[in-house]
Design a protein around this ligand. Sequence first.
Ligand SMILES: [Zn+2]
Length: 333
Amino acid sequence: MRGGPIVASPVASVSLDMDNLWSYMKIHGDPEWSSRPSYLDALTPRMLELFGAHGLTATVFVVGADAVRDDGARAVGAIADAGHEVANHSFEHEPWLHRYERGRLEEELERTEAAVQAAGAPRPVGFRGPGYSLSPDLVGLLAERGYSYDASTLPTWIGPLARAYYFRSASLTPAQRSERGALFGSASEGLRPVHPYRWKVDGGGDLLELPVTTMPLLRVPMHASYLLQLHQSSPRLARAYFDAALRACRLRGVGPSLLLHPLDLLDARDAPRLGFFPGMALAATEKVGVVARALGAMQRHFTVVGTGEHARQLLCRGVARHRPAGRAGPRAG
Ligand SMILES: [Zn+2]
């Protein structure tokens, strides 16, 4: 056996936001969302197989309105049984959650916590807002309720572009357009930090913020859906881009937190009403291959865990910088 110090790789994380078919239909203005159609029975085994093949313990952010249904509760149970973290992704998954008043926010957290626990997983300690929505009240409530981290921010300037694309493709009434007016944030989201930090909470205490990682300096997304869009134009470009983003993270000392979505693993046959989404023409097997390659590339450079474990290790190491709760950007209102 050879001597010498063992140098551990820096820590990175993988999480999946388990947005369901109905929630995409609702945001898109499809009235049939209200029957809450679901693809969770197709998604769950595929997702668990992908994580299992990589020996990866990840985090799944779950929507409460799904966890109270049979298929959602089955999914939560299977995710927890496989050893993954189940975290809170709100109850109704409305991306304008940052406009809710405190009582309604509390209800969103509480109902999801109860549903997740009833389905057999531990009480969530992590939160991600739908559509990256966050407010000072929400940060305060998370700290009060014993959460150890929030993972809602996406520090990128491309929000207005994403919103323009969304408004072009969605069929919405003027009232729905107004409700969704701040969707995906403004370009100033790009001024938020890529490095983790702590929100300072009014009345004392703090909460760790673990941003969804964007390419350091350029602030362009590097999550799997973005990668799949690039892959559709050029697989070689997508691979080169992701490898360059990982190198940039290493150079800037950022342990990337990679975000996955169900549509990264599903195709038009699994979600027939979502053909308008970018990347839906690709076969699921091809998509899973692209995501698997990205996970493998991450694992070559980093020790990859779930966001909860990533947060725990950051807190052990000490994250020094403080920011006033939720007031760094346009979502503060
Ligand atoms: Zn979501």
